[in-house]
Every structure is written in structure tokens, then in C-alpha cells.
Design a binder for this molecule. Sequence first.
Ligand SMILES: Nc1nc2c(ncn2[C@@H]2O[C@H](COP(=O)(O)OP(=O)(O)OP(=O)(O)O)[C@@H](O)[C@H]2O)c(=O)[nH]1
Ligand SMILES: [Mg+2]
Length: 315
Amino acid sequence: MSLKWSKTLMLNAFSNLPRRSTICARALVVPAKSTKQLSNRQKFNQIQPPPSVFSKLAKLGFGELRRTGRYAAIRKANLSKSNEKNVVEPEYKFPLLAFFAGAKIPSSIPPESISEIAFVGRSNVGKSSLINALAQSSTVRTSDKPGLTQQLNFYSVGRLFNIVDMPGYGFAFVDEEQRRQWRELMETYMQNRSTLKRLYVVIDARHGLKVADKEFLTMLDSSKVSFQLVLTKCDLVILPTLARRYMLMLQDLRQYKRAQKDVFLVSSRNNAGINHLRKDVLRSVGQLRSEQYYEDKTERQREKEQKEKKLMSRK
Ligand SMILES: Nc1nc2c(ncn2[C@@H]2O[C@H](COP(=O)(O)OP(=O)(O)OP(=O)(O)O)[C@@H](O)[C@H]2O)c(=O)[nH]1
Ligand SMILES: [Mg+2]
């Protein structure tokens, strides 16, 4: 298909946007007839994310669509003023992160104690950076070379709960024996840890689900381990591509029984979406108070600020 033709298709697609659309994976499916001879990239470019997806991305802090006529309908629908970044950050702040154990073999995994969450994903996808972003720390070591984290690293979060950083899967850079050992270590941990409250599978937003990811998710499904997908490095993807990637992930998720139904979108670089994920972590480990608490508190804070302003203006 020529570039010109695909552009025309997109134009038509956006001008016919539904008025009120939900984030539904089915919305992305282009009729079978038209997709017959299309490459994967062409199919991807034909995905038509509804305005609600762009609105969600804007709220998370990934920016808004450029002011061109093509996206007029989407901008019009994107009326929401609220922004995820406006949520009172200190409420969800994690206590200090401290490393307390590392396990290279199953027998050195520390005994179960308080609730835990764990991060897993392909090598170099950004697991360790994500933990640092969540905890606003630089405790966890990161690298631009794959394969830095080579054991299960246990971090205590103010003794409220633990975070576990795992080695990457895919393991193209290590030998077969090492690969087998890491797989055994990770599977033993994930399948037997009763204190593991949430397993976050981290995916690079530039690539989406790769073969190694699909194999890993299938293994989780057959081992009856629930998981939550997180798309990271979202700052490296332009907005329309990110919206399409999100839609495609929602569709892919439908084949896994143990997957949580939504996907988190984050960037450890600019912190977009991090607060949203922080809330999910706190909720999973039973450390998040009711929504009411935060709403009331925000309201009280606003009133206090207004009173202070009034007092200042009188002076
Ligand atoms: N732009 C951008 N870069 C990121 C982001 N997250 C991580 N990176 C970079 O990606 C590289 C890998 O990050 P790590 O956090 O070490 O990745 P990892 O998944 O822990 O890697 P292994 O421990 O080797 O499995 C580093 O150079 C990070 O700076 C992100 O959200 N945006
Ligand atoms: Mg790492």
C-alpha cells in the first residue's frame, strides 16, 4: 500500500470517529477483507484508537496530539481538565528503599515475611529503572547494557512491603546452563511465593510483545501465576504510536487467562504514569487507604491554602 493511500485511510478514519467510545480492544480490528494482504506494520498503522485512549494518555502525562486538522475530533473529545500529574504526590510516596537479600539459587531465596511485589521482563527493558522511579530513589543499579541484574534482588520498602527485582528473560547474552539456572530460580520464586501479591511484567513500548514475552506469559498462565503488564519507555514513542501499541496490547492480553485486564503505561525518564502505577502497587500490598481518604485530604488541603491566601491578602 502506498504511503499516500494509507494517509488517506487514516484521515477518513479519524474524521469518522465515534462520539463516545470506550477503550475496547475490538475497536482496533480492521475488517478481515481489507487486512488480507497487509504487512504487520500496515495493520498496526491502521489501528484507530478511540478518543478515550488519547484522553487517558494525556491524563497520564504523555502529552496531547498536535494541533492539526486531522486530530480535531480527538481534541474535541479530549475535554477532561484533570491531569494525573496533579494528584497529590506525597500521599503515594514510598518509604525508603533498602536492599536486604540477593538470591542466585532457589535455596537462597529469603523466607516469606511481609507482602511482596516483583518486576520481571526481557533484559534491558527497564525493570530496575522502574523500581527507582516508583521509589524516587537511585538504590537499584541500572545499565544501558543488557544483563546487569543477575539474581533476585530483594528490597524492603520501609518494612511495609518488599520489592523484588528479577534478572531479564530472553537471555541472549548468556550460555545455556546459566539460562536454565535463571529460569529455574525465577519459576521457583513466582510459583511458590504466597506473599507475592502482584507480578508486574515489564514490556518495552517501542517493541510491544515479542516472542520471548509471549512464551513467558504462556508459562505464567499454565503455572496459574497472575500478572499485570506495564509498558515502559513510553517517552521514546510518539503519541499516535503509543495509543496504537496500547490498543494492540489490550487485544493480545485477551489470550491470557491470568492477565489483569488493563495495561499500565509509564516512563521512568519523565515519570509519566508513575503515580498511577504507584497507587496500584500500594493497593496490591494493602497499603492504600480508600479513595475517599485522598479526596477528603485534597479538599482539606485546598481549603487550608485558600484560608492562608486570604490571610496573606489581608496583611
Ligand atoms: N528513555 C527511557 N529510558 C529508560 C527508561 N527506563 C529505563 N531506561 C533505560 O534503559 C536502560 C536499561 O534500564 P534497566 O533499568 O537497567 O533495565 P533492566 O530491565 O533492569 O535490565 P537488566 O537488569 O539487564 O535485565 C538504561 O539505560 C535506562 O536508563 C524509560 O522509561 N525511558
Ligand atoms: Mg535490572
